[in-house]
Design a protein around this ligand. Structure first.
Ligand SMILES: [Fe+2]
Length: 347
């Protein structure tokens, strides 16, 4: 595995880059906006293609690099379903799998530090965000933090992982880089408690100042999706009503860009085709199915995904590849469902 642990000294944030060599696809966890250019250089040096960028939660001490990375690399942005961010491409739930070219991460919902905190477990390691730190745990006194929920996340989820599991947190303020579940269970001072209430009493009396960047970082991290509108031009974006009209009046082909797991979980618009976003490049080659469909049905293609981010990026990609007139469903299947649109599931 290619594994890089990167550090932002201003906020003491750890960012992780993971890849296997097969197709050179990579994912990044908790990127910091000031370092996006260096991440992109590193990806180039390692000959990797960034396909997913994940934030463990809405950070209060730095602005996320998710949006800028997406704007540069057209990667898929990922957060947990409880996240308050306006748009991320993919929202994952408890115990979902995130696959990237031979790397499999499993989602563990670990609220407490914030109400949108998720950890991500691979075979031998877990990325804990701020839920579990080395020799500490994430504060629970803002962003809907809850020490009792944190206790549950720690004792009934993270500490139930095998003791040899490597722990990689989102922060360390003392120069530590990694630990193990077993070591933290035995030595982390915050975890040497006999009850949830004892833990809550500790957490409720920390009296910490707010992070310096909080007033800037949190609002910025909630609007990570806003800049995605730059990728679509007038007329390329249809709202749900326009999509319905188009479908009723003409032979529109809906193309679902989501992953198979999202389709099974949330269903799809009836009679839409499935072409996953991560296959876009090969699908747009002269022999690709999508390029053939787009050539034969110019002006009648509507792309959609979960929230309208991947589809906006794909419209731009297709236009740049010479396929004009492709449209996308604004705000994705979520908007379709919210306005009463029906979805299909396999029998
Ligand atoms: Fe945090």
């Amino acid at each position: 595995m290619i594994f890089q642990q990167l550090f932002d000294p201003a906020s003491c944030t750890y960012t992780y880059l993971l890849a296997r060599r097969f197709g050179g696809e990579a994912l990044i966890i908790d990127p910091v906006i000031e370092h996006v250019d260096s991440y992109v250089s590193l990806l180039e040096r390692l000959d990797l293609k960034l396909v997913k960028a994940i934030d463990t939660h809405i950070h209060a001490d730095h602005v996320t690099g998710l949006g800028r990375l997406r704007d540069i690399t057209k990667c898929v942005t990922v957060m947990g379903e409880k996240s308050g961010a306006d748009v991320v491409s993919m929202r994952v739930r408890e115990d979902e799998k995130i696959d990237v070219d031979g790397i499999e991460l499993r989602t563990i919902f670990t609220p407490g530090h914030t109400d949108d905190s998720y950890s991500f477990a691979a075979a031998d390691r877990v990325f804990t965000g701020d839920a579990l730190l080395i020799g500490g745990t994430g504060r629970t006194d803002f962003q809907n933090g809850d020490p009792l929920a944190a206790y549950e996340s720690l004792f009934n989820k993270l500490l139930k992982l095998p003791p040899e599991t490597l722990v990689f947190p989102a922060h360390d303020y003392h120069g530590n880089t990694a630990s193990t579940i077993g070591y933290e269970a035995a030595k982390n001072p915050r975890l040497q408690v006999k009850s949830a209430q004892e833990y809550a009493n500790i957490m409720n009396n920390l009296n910490l100042p707010n992070p310096k960047m909080m007033d800037v970082a949190v609002p910025a991290n909630l609007v990570v999706g806003r800049s995605v509108s730059q990728f679509v031009r007038p007329g390329e974006e249809l709202d749900v009503e326009q999509c319905r009209e188009a479908r009723d009046q003409e032979s529109v082909i809906f193309i679902d860009l989501r992953e198979q797991g999202e389709r099974e979980r949330d269903g799809w618009i009836a009679s839409s085709l499935h072409i996953p976003y991560n296959c876009l490049d090969s699908q747009l080659s002269p022999s690709g199915t999508l390029s053939r469909i787009a050539r034969d049905n110019q002006g009648h293609i509507v792309l959609y995904c979960a929230h309208g981010e991947r589809s906006a990026l794909a419209v731009d990609t297709m236009r740049n590849a010479g396929f004009d007139g492709v449209k996308h469903l604004k705000d994705g299947l979520a908007a379709w469902v919210n306005s009463g649109g029906e979805v299909e599931f396999s029998a």
